[in-house]
Design a protein around this ligand. Structure first.
Ligand code: BGN
Length: 373
């Protein structure tokens, strides 16, 4: 009797263990599929390889361009050309305007941050980027001139990955661009939006032909090169599906991470607020400014607007701003007096690096009542 009972119990234990193993296996397979889904995409890989063969400027051997996919690019057309750049190198035949949908795109990209990265490698792999992080397509006339502005402090490690991934993507997107790092001088409270206002002014001082401004956090890498970094008829929000939010928009009015406004859209909203010190709220204020000025945010398809964020600890001197809840209620009142029209700063240094232009700037500190311990 006891033997029988022991046998039954053993059998049950065995079944349970087997079931657990099976469950474990299924979970592992799901995770594996999520990370390497692109690798399993044999057909698209095959298609893109063929496509890249026929395109002289495609770059499918680059580490971040190995995993293409298919499907329509964002249906929405970018805003029409303002003025094509005139300083193209002289060639026999006059250059044609770049195609609306760049032909060398590869789609989905495999983005990872485990392999070590160095600035030397980024330079070596991007020989056609000019001093200061400037680039213009050699084979067509770009439709827009885009300044990419990155608010920054103590994130050198992230910057290497950002440059490593973004230079080849932007090159494939056939865009004329310059990369500007807006580095906050000193250790006072961080102010993302004010740094971006400085970036707007300084980029235009550097080249008055910029007609599009893209504002990107340094730790956000697009996972699909069909997410075109340019300006549109309406202000653009690019970072629709971030991994940290489960590849979904966290809320309908979210405008954080990566966004883009044409020069006239930016001036229409009086630029960004200068008075958001510390983390949070400034992107919501920008969203309010856009709506209050009769514009609507445009976005890429959720399948295309996916982003990987480089994991990091919370920054020092960028604690959540306790004022943000009340401030975002008052955008209508504050936007006229606080913005590009009231911007004040002191330039500390501009240095042209091979892969980017570094602008170090002193932007002051929060008014005394907001100052923290
Ligand atoms: C919001 C923040 C944004 C931030 C997103 C995503 C605020 C204002 C008070 C509601 N806004 O809650 O700034 O980009 O989260 O992290 O905190």
């Amino acid at each position: 009797m006891t033997r029988l009972l022991l046998g039954v119990t053993l059998e049950r234990i065995c079944k349970a263990v087997l079931l657990l193993c099976l469950l474990h296996f299924v979970i592992i397979m799901i995770l594996y599929f999520d990370v390497y889904a692109q690798h399993l995409d044999f057909f698209s890989r095959f298609n893109a390889r063929n496509a890249s063969r026929s395109h002289p400027f495609s770059n499918s051997s680059r580490p971040n361009s190995t995993v293409p996919s298919y499907g329509p690019a964002s249906a929405e057309a970018p805003s029409p050309s303002t003025k094509p750049s005139t300083n193209q190198s002289t060639t026999e035949k006059p250059l044609q305007p770049c195609q609306e949908t760049p032909p060398g795109l590869v789609g989905r990209l495999l983005i990872e941050f485990s392999s070590p990265m160095s600035m030397e490698r980024v330079q070596r792999e991007n020989p056609d980027v000019r001093q200061g992080g400037k680039y213009s397509p050699p084979d067509c006339l770009p439709r827009q001139k885009v300044a990419i502005l990155i608010p920054f402090r103590h994130r050198e490690h992230h910057l290497k990955y950002w440059l490593h991934y973004l230079h080849p993507i932007l090159r494939r997107q056939k865009v004329a661009y310059g990369i500007y790092i807006i580095n906050q001088f000193g250790e006072d409270t961080f102010n993302r939006a004010k740094l971006l206002n400085v970036g707007f002014m300084e980029a235009l001082k550097d080249d008055e032909e910029y007609d599009c401004f893209i504002f990107s956090d340094v730790d956000l890498i697009p996972m699909d090169d069909r997410n075109l970094y340019r300006c549109y008829e309406q202000p653009r929000h690019f970072a629709v599906g971030m991994d940290k939010f489960g590849f979904r928009l966290p809320y309908a009015g979210y405008f954080g991470g990566v966004s883009g406004l044409s020069k006239s859209q930016f001036l229409k909203i009086n630029g960004f607020p200068n008075e958001y010190w510390g983390w949070g709220g400034e992107d919501d204020d920008i969203f309010n400014r856009i709506s209050l000025n009769g514009m609507k945010v445009s976005r890429p398809d959720i399948r295309i607007g996916r982003y990987r964020m480089i994991k990091h600890e919370r920054d020092k001197h960028n604690e959540p701003n306790p004022q943000r809840f009340t401030k975002i209620q008052n955008t209508k009142m504050t936007m006229k007096r606080d913005g590009i029209s009231s911007l004040q700063y002191r330039l500390v240094e501009i240095s042209r690096q091979p892969m980017y232009t570094n602008i170090t700037v002193e932007i002051g500190r929060p008014p005394p009542r907001l100052a923290r311990g």
